[in-house]
Write a new protein. Structure first.
Lengths: 292, 289
């Protein structure tokens, strides 16, 4: 029992932090979401009004949810497919693998930096690198930031470019697959292609699941890309939810309204993650024989 | 017999061809991946005209003027101020993260106590909880405490091991360290604090190094935190200074903008390359097991 108390003592800072920085703000955000609060007058209780307004009379919010879903549905699968394929290729015993691992990881390391956002704006500018390349191969320049598809493509490329961290997690999982499985399949005359789908994929479904959950949660909260690169444009087509929340809170001082939007986003993320966890038993294999 | 050896030869040849194809694929992709960064570095030496007409990343001249002028900025402060500000946030954040995360991980990995399961679930939950919800109440709290436009809101959470990722990584690492070491030290009369400091801390070194690197890079990249809390230009970290620079001088001189962008990512690259072994391992251990 004494030792138990000592253990709790070591956890004390973390427990205090949990209360102040996680539990309190979650409950407070819920409270503010039922109020009008402009930071000058005291918060005024308005019941469900913020939620009703968000859903019935704010096209910007609906827009931001649509854009966020588009962004997540585009970036998450693309990024994971890339990460998995490259990890698969890198998993074969190749010399100099360390170099490639690093090269593929660097974008994940720097991708969130403002510097890269600036670089992206310059690269996709009207006479930027990307259009120069298009012209070189005989294609017309694209005005990336003035069409919805163009702007979303720019943000998607930035996100997919950062597949390195998911790739490293996949690579670690692939290393755990016993090579005898592949050897046995080879004896049976399986092709590489077939092995990938019948051995590799099933055995790493737990890792796919982990990466999927992680990337979804991050994707729904993406802020830097739309804020710094597209400014939410054109015509709010890349105005993602976190930017909506930021603008309403810190530009328009609508703290209550913005809190309601943040709780809706939270519920959406939890619902999507919940569905994923529920679907787990249908497609995720946790085996005890392999991969320990 | 001949047929078998022919088959083996055929197979070896196939492997070799496959290996070549694989190298070509991963090299081409690596080149495409790295090109934006190379182009950024190259552009920092180019004239505007060169940036918008030359696809190659190697500049005609290596002229450091953009670095010198870019460093001065048109904002009233030089990047010396902005880098000092960044490190004023970064150093305490890294220090507190390591201390608080090691203590928490030690508690979870080595002790039994009431409600341990619930607390551990809470730890895992915070790793996945969307931070976007906590943003507004935290801002309002720090506003009430009169701490806006100071670095406290950015640093304070790290004192309480709020980033579960670090705690989890250290717990995973500690679990792989046999408890027989602790037991031997207990026999010698060491208490739990001495065990942590003398026995476990040296073993934890690689995991601590990867915590340091992660927190370093994440703090260098953090934009939203300073954007919300820091309002005086004199207190801006590099991330905010770059954004302001883009809005003020961006359309005039792209080389200067790219030069400062290169410098903004340089510390992260240096730290990463000096200890990338630990870093890559760190990601792998949190991802699996």
């Amino acid at each position: 029992m004494k030792r138990g108390k000592i253990g709790l003592l070591y956890l004390l800072p973390w427990i205090i932090g949990l209360v102040i920085f996680t539990i309190y703000p979650f409950i407070a955000a819920l409270y503010y979401s039922f109020t009008n609060y402009n930071m000058i007058d005291a918060p005024k209780w308005v019941g469900l009004q913020n939620y009703i307004q968000l859903f019935t009379s704010d096209p910007d919010f609906k827009n931001s949810l649509v854009a966020t879903f588009q962004y997540v549905l585009l970036t998450v699968p693309l990024q994971l497919i890339f990460a998995l394929l490259i990890a698969f290729v890198l998993n074969f015993k190749l010399k100099g693998i360390g170099f490639y691992r690093v090269a593929y990881y660097i974008p994940s390391l720097l991708g969130g930096n403002v510097a890269i956002a600036l670089l992206w704006r310059l690269m996709f500018g009207s006479t930027g690198l990307v259009n120069q390349l298009l012209n070189m191969i005989g294609l017309k320049s694209v005005s990336w930031f003035s069409t919805a598809g163009g702007a979303m493509t720019v943000l998607t490329i930035l996100k997919v470019w950062q597949f390195g961290s998911a790739m490293l997690i996949f690579l670690a999982a692939l290393k755990n697959i016993p090579t005898e499985l592949y050897e046995a399949a080879e004896v049976d005359g399986s092709s590489r292609f077939h092995m990938f789908f019948s051995i590799t994929i099933p055995l790493i479904t737990p890792t796919i699941f982990f990466n999927l959950v992680l990337q979804l949660i991050n994707g729904f909260q993406e802020f830097n890309g739309p804020f710094l690169i597209t400014g939410g444009g054109p015509l709010n087509k890349t105005y993602l939810a976190s930017m909506f929340i930021y603008n309403n809170a810190f530009k328009y001082s609508k703290m209550g309204y913005s809190s309601a939007a943040s709780w809706i986003l939270f519920i959406i993320i939890m619902a999507v993650t919940g569905i994923l966890f529920w679907s787990q038993k249908k497609w995720v294999y946790y085996s005890d024989e392999a991969g320990n | 017999m001949d047929e078998v050896s022919a088959a083996i030869k055929h197979k070896q040849r196939m492997y070799r061809t496959n290996a070549v194809i694989r190298y070509v694929i991963i090299t081409v992709i690596a080149f495409i991946m790295m090109y934006p960064i190379l182009w950024m570095i190259g552009s920092s030496f180019k004239t505007n005209n060169e940036i918008f007409t030359e696809i190659g990343f190697i500049p005609k001249h290596f002229d450091f003027t953009p670095y010198i002028h870019g460093w001065q900025t048109g904002t009233g402060y030089t990047f010396t101020t902005y880098f000092i500000n960044t490190f004023k946030i970064l150093i305490p954040k890294v220090f507190f993260t390591v201390v608080s995360s090691v203590l928490t991980a030690y508690g979870f990995a080595r002790f039994e106590f009431p409600f341990k399961k619930i607390l551990f679930s809470a730890l895992m939950a915070t790793m996945f909880l969307p931070q976007v919800v906590t943003m507004i109440p935290m801002y309002l709290l720090f506003r009430k405490l009169g701490m806006l436009d100071t670095y406290t809101p950015l640093i304070a959470p790290t004192i309480f091991a709020t980033q579960a990722f670090f705690v989890f990584m250290l717990i995973q690492f500690l679990r792989s360290v046999p408890t027989s070491l602790d037991e031997a030290a207990t026999m010698d009369g060491a208490n739990s604090w001495q065990i942590l400091i003398r026995v476990l801390l040296p073993i934890l070194r690689p995991a601590i190094i990867s915590c340091i690197i992660f927190q370093f890079v994440w703090t260098m990249n953090d934009f939203m935190g300073p954007l919300i809390y820091i309002s005086s230009t004199s207190k801006f970290p590099v991330a905010l200074a770059l954004q302001m620079n883009m809005d003020s001088t961006g359309s005039v001189n792209y080389a200067q903008l790219m030069a400062m962008s290169v410098l903004a990512v340089l510390p992260s690259l240096i730290v990463f390359f000096s200890a990338q072994k630990y870093f890559v391992e760190g990601i792998a251990t949190t991802g699996i097991k």
